[in-house]
Design a protein around this ligand. Structure first.
Ligand code: MN
Length: 294
């Protein structure tokens, strides 16, 4: 099943170019009182939601996907985990480009040495919300990545058992300011983690290790690869992540980007595509927001 969140927090089942509004399926979720759970309750109960959504979809109002503002298909992940240098050719380009390694070629060390990093959850948006360029005077790059949505708690799981903890997949954009700061700082401005266009449940992606992925900027292909070139597989990334911290329903793992990272600027139209998931269009715009003092 393909489940999207759209407009003012509505829930949709995507079928080709149309979506069915099944927002009422969210009524199966338990009510919450403070302190709220630190994980995503919708993903925790995804089986019940999809069961209800399938029933409701038969008579649900439909609308064109193109007419909906697509939000992140996961609203409240507890963590956004990301893999650095998880494609060999991307590691090579980091090594040879000072703008990428910042006189610290150690950044291109293999992922087994660097481990994983975290992005702020406040950086998460859906494709319909777009990327707001935070520092127009700095180089800001696109990174297209397969994103994994964790479905069940996992701690110290082996790669052999890892895939049972996956709820589904989406396309992730790990938007990145280049520079000397820590990854978590450069990659966490508001809107610098894009997730979409929808959640594809794991049963529809039998092998996440053989998916073509691509990104175009203003019609020009910038990155084009296949997840078979990942250094650590999805299962190995779950093993590595869960060796350090417990994974909870809704936690996201951005699995790393292939070669071809390059700058984006306000006005750009970005189209990211991954096999078996779909395509999403994201526009970049200038940050014209005033300082927030509320
Ligand atoms: Mn990345």
């Amino acid at each position: 099943m393909r489940l999207c969140r759209f407009n003012e927090g509505r829930l949709g089942v995507v079928d080709g170019a149309t979506l069915k509004d099944v927002t009422a399926a969210l009524d199966v979720l338990p009510g919450c009182r403070y302190p709220f759970p630190a994980h995503d309750v919708y993903i925790e109960h995804l089986d019940r939601v999809t069961e209800r959504a399938a029933v409701l979809a038969a008579d649900a109002p439909s609308l064109p996907v193109d007419g909906a503002t697509l939000l992140s298909p996961v609203a409240s992940p507890g963590k956004i985990i990301a893999a650095p240098v998880n494609y060999r050719k991307h590691a090579d380009e980091v090594l040879t480009d000072p703008a990428l390694h910042q006189n610290n070629p150690g950044r291109a060390l293999n992922i087994q040495s660097t481990g994983l990093f975290l992005k702020a959850t406040s950086s998460l948006v859906g494709p319909g919300q777009g990327v707001v360029i935070r520092k127009a005077d700095r180089r800001t790059d696109h990174e297209v990545e397969l994103a994994v949505v964790i479905g069940r708690r996992a701690s110290r799981v082996s790669r052999r058992d890892a895939m049972a903890h996956v709820a589904g997949y989406a396309i992730g954009l790990d938007i990145s300011i280049r520079g000397p700061e820590d990854r978590s700082f450069r990659k966490s401005p508001d809107s610098y983690s894009v997730l979409g266009p929808w959640l594809v449940t794991a049963d529809e992606v039998p092998d996440p290790g053989s998916l073509d992925l691509r990104i175009e900027v203003n019609g020009e292909t910038r990155q084009q690869s296949n997840t078979q070139h990942m250094i650590l597989t999805v299962a190995e990334l779950i093993e590595m992540a869960s060796s350090m911290y417990t994974l909870h329903p809704g936690d996201l793992i951005f699995t790393g980007t292939p070669e071809g990272v390059s700058p984006i600027a306000a006005g750009d139209r970005i189209v990211a595509t991954i096999d078996r998931i779909g395509a999403m269009t994201v526009t970049a715009r200038v940050d014209d927001t005033a300082p927030l003092v509320a």
